[in-house]
Write a protein that binds this ligand. Structure first.
Ligand SMILES: [Zn+2]
Length: 295
């Protein structure tokens, strides 16, 4: 992607320098595949997410530093991680702009979500968010939670490199926010409570719709140009998104972990389903073509 750093970070909350906490319960909506990272971390005793923040050049006692917006920059950060922060800020702004336009066209008002950067653990309205859960959206506080270390994991363990793959992660979670705004999330949660035996199947439909919504953003991004007139999307970007969507498919994860493939236990959909719903959203650009519940 061709992107410019320096966009407003008004919707980004940086909690990387803070400790964790405990909060109330609630339904977290994740990306899929993340529970296994927790298992792998426990099995090997290694935190798979600690890599990005591990190296620090900050001299002891150098004191807190602030960025251009006056936010506190945690000591243990790297130039790479700061660049990632700029990138997720850009994607969040870009995608929320696209959704505002889509909502306006429907005569609706889009309410912006916030994005929280954290390390290890943080308090959310959906209970304690942990790095090992992977990125997730909490409908209770309209926030997307991500430990940027996940991107290292996405590239190495899930074999999905590239900035568009990283954008897919953010825009999938933002898709859950759109589902909350449209009332889909509440309807599905009630249906799950009424029919617990359908909970997994309903979860798959919700997740595939979030993948399709990620594609809807991709469609909007494909029409955008940078300030110097270059297309925002580059050759290979869409393929990176498709690879990432497939990488977090339930069948792929079952194979990765040696647990086998059990479609009845799927909560996010197969690799093929995830990639194809992303593609459908990307080709159409219309969220009405993302009705995974009628399919
Ligand atoms: Zn999800």
């Amino acid at each position: 992607m061709r992107w410019t750093p320096g966009g407003s970070s008004g919707d980004v909350e940086d909690r990387r320098g803070q400790g964790g906490g405990f909060g109330g319960g609630g339904m977290k909506m994740g990306l899929g595949g993340a529970a296994i990272l927790l298992v792998l971390s426990l099995l090997t005793g290694k935190n798979f997410f600690s890599v990005v923040g591990a190296g620090t050049d900050a001299a002891p006692g150098s004191g807190p530093t602030t960025d251009a917006d006056g936010n506190l920059v945690p000591a243990a950060t790297t130039p790479e991680e700061e660049k990632l922060k700029d990138f997720v800020t850009f994607v969040l702004n870009d995608a929320q702009g696209a959704w505002s336009t889509i909502f306006q066209q429907e005569g609706r008002t889009y309410e912006r979500a916030r994005l929280v950067l954290f390390r290890d653990a943080t308090q959310t309205a959906c209970g304690t968010g942990q790095t090992g859960m992977g990125p997730f959206y909490c409908p209770g506080d309209n926030r997307i939670y991500i430990d940027l270390g996940f991107y290292d994991e996405l590239r190495r363990r899930f074999g999905a490199p590239g900035d568009f793959a990283q954008a897919y992660v953010i825009t999938h979670e933002l898709g859950h926010h759109v589902q909350r705004l449209l009332g889909t999330e509440a309807r599905v949660r009630q249906a799950m409570e009424r029919n617990p035996d359908q909970a997994n199947a309903l979860s798959v439909r919700l997740e595939l719709q979030a993948d399709c919504y990620s594609g809807v953003w991709g469609h909007a991004a494909a029409q955008e140009k940078t300030t110097d007139g270059q297309p925002v999307l580059e050759q290979g970007d869409v393929e990176e998104g498709l690879t990432a969507a497939a990488a977090v498919g339930d069948d792929r994860i079952g194979q990765m972990t040696g647990q086998g493939v059990h479609p009845e236990a799927f909560t996010h959909g197969s690799s093929e389903q995830r990639a194809s719903w992303f593609k459908r959203g990307f080709q159409s650009g219309n969220p009405k073509d993302c009705d995974t519940f009628q399919q």
